[in-house]
Design a protein around this ligand. Structure first.
Ligand SMILES: Nc1ncnc2c1ncn2[C@@H]1O[C@H](COP(=O)(O)OP(=O)(O)OP(=O)(O)O)[C@@H](O)[C@H]1O
Ligand SMILES: Nc1ncnc2c1ncn2[C@@H]1O[C@H](COP(=O)(O)OP(=O)(O)OP(=O)(O)O)[C@@H](O)[C@H]1O
Ligand SMILES: [Mg+2]
Ligand SMILES: [Mg+2]
Lengths: 274, 274
């Protein structure tokens, strides 16, 4: 199973929109996908059409109450399962403050889950896990990065969004060195791209040259790519969540659907380090 | 002194852009303003032209190390001071986890500051304090709400941004009931407004009717308004931070400058409850 955390501490850059539409695009391509919502806002849960609070267990119960992942997993469409969020996740820093190894809990649950770590007899093993992260680098995002092999970084091509990039790369390095040696930055995807604005093309160029440059690079992100696909700004992407639908169900002919299908194809063909 | 926390746990809705441009607009109108950056990303600090880490003390030192507010305050232009952020703020939840009354620390620092609580002989007392909050409802935003009289809520007219409104109102109620009885929601300002999209006018209408309706309202937000001024989406607003300038210095003829000048006039004329 490939596991991908969709992370960026900068708020409103397209993490949730990317997590849900990528997960659904991979599921439509025949991959079995588990979407985990680690943001207390529960926006990925909503966007995927699962009513927050409508199932007895959530990601909170998996992290804090010791329930297995499978117990909180909800079917949300063909080839797609969701581990819903819950508002209680916002208290997870305090709830786990005194627990040693608190950043490794999600990894342990995933390692213990038969569909994530299949044996030859496992029915319907997962091909992908996609984890939506909140806009911070706290315990929830740390749990995600400790548990996965790859990080996908949605980036709005704006100055403030670019500013936080070095902090995120530093965090990926620290997690790779101390907690999860497998962790790699898979790549950066430019979201809400407004072609024709100088800002988008300048920031886009800055990011490309940063990763292409020959300066000192850390193995955890040194071979990361900037995806060819740029997700263009498209109001349909902002409308779809209110119907609990992915862009493919809501507006299949839109730019948004085309862009996320193209991104999924790139992600599916890539594997960290290739 | 009027004190305003600019808060919304949803990421990327315009909190920092509103904090900085509102603070500068009020300063240009002759008000003495103190802008406090409580977001570890330090984007308000950057946007206001102060290099994070270039001053010996920051908001972290005020909250955790016991320094007085005045010691961390930096002059940033006519009538404008900034209390800069620092990346260490991201560890404040852990640093203060065991300290009782940890949500009241900022309030105590403000109450002890002569320019915030002037006597007749105080030189250059502050007329306004504007606090930029991070995209969460954790200890930093709690400190801000415990310390101020008013909350300003920037809202992007999108479904996911609207979804979190009830959680924010609930938090304001709880703070007003248990920590700060003076706290009131001053109002909601629609940001990144894309006139002509159905989504913007629908969400705009939803928010207006929510506050105008005669249903049960809590005194902490019952008389909140939706500001007449809508801050239109305008790429100049996203360019200005890379120059460390407000919109008034960077693009004084832009829609962004007109909208934030109009918002400042509305804020200045309003007082919570009027
Ligand atoms: N390409 C796009 N075009 C137009 N709107 C978009 C696009 N991508 C996302 N949006 C909208 O922009 C807003 C921010 O996106 P989203 O919520 O996915 O970001 P996020 O990084 O998950 O935010 P947070 O930091 O709060 O978790 C949402 O209202 C979403 O519907
Ligand atoms: N009216 C606008 N038009 C165009 N771009 C805008 C506008 N307001 C803000 N922006 C840009 O949108 C992005 C998000 O805005 P901003 O950073 O102010 O939001 P925020 O709520 O402070 O985000 P965070 O949750 O990360 O603190 C920034 O890149 C900013 O420059
Ligand atoms: Mg999100
Ligand atoms: Mg901000």
């Amino acid at each position: 199973m490939r596991s991908i955390a969709v992370a960026n501490q900068k708020g409103g850059v397209g993490k949730t929109t990317t997590s849900v539409n990528l997960a659904v695009a991979l599921a439509r391509a025949g991959r079995r996908v588990c979407l985990v919502d680690l943001d207390p806002q529960a926006h990925a849960t909503l966007h995927a059409g699962v009513l927050p609070g409508s199932h007895p267990l959530s990601a909170f119960d998996v992290l804090v109450e010791g329930h297995p992942l499978a117990a909180a997993t909800v079917a949300a469409g063909d080839n797609l399962c969701v581990v819903p969020s819950h508002i209680d996740l916002s208290a997870v820093e305090m709830a786990l403050a005194a627990r040693s190894g608190r950043e490794l809990i999600l990894r342990q649950r995933i390692e213990a889950d038969p569909r994530c770590n299949p044996t030859p007899t496992t029915r319907e093993p997962f091909d992908y896990m996609v984890i939506d992260c909140p806009p911070s680098l706290g315990l929830l995002s740390l749990n995600a990065m400790a548990a996965v092999d790859e990080v996908l970084l949605p980036l709005q091509p704006h100055f403030l969004a670019l500013h936080g990039l070095s902090k995120l790369l530093e965090t990926i390095e620290l997690v790779a060195e101390h907690v999860n040696p497998r962790l790699r930055l898979l790549g950066v995807v430019l979201c809400m791209y407004e072609a024709g604005t100088r800002l988008a093309s300048e920031v886009g160029r800055d990011v490309q040259s940063f990763f292409a440059s020959s300066g000192a690079k850390h193995p955890a992100w040194g071979s990361a790519r900037v995806f060819e696909t740029r997700v263009r700004r498209n109001i349909r992407l902002a409308e779809a969540p209110s119907f609990g639908q992915s862009i493919f169900d809501y507006a299949p002919e839109s730019h948004g659907a085309a862009d996320y299908a193209a991104l999924a194809a790139e992600v599916d063909q890539a594997a960290a380090g290739l």
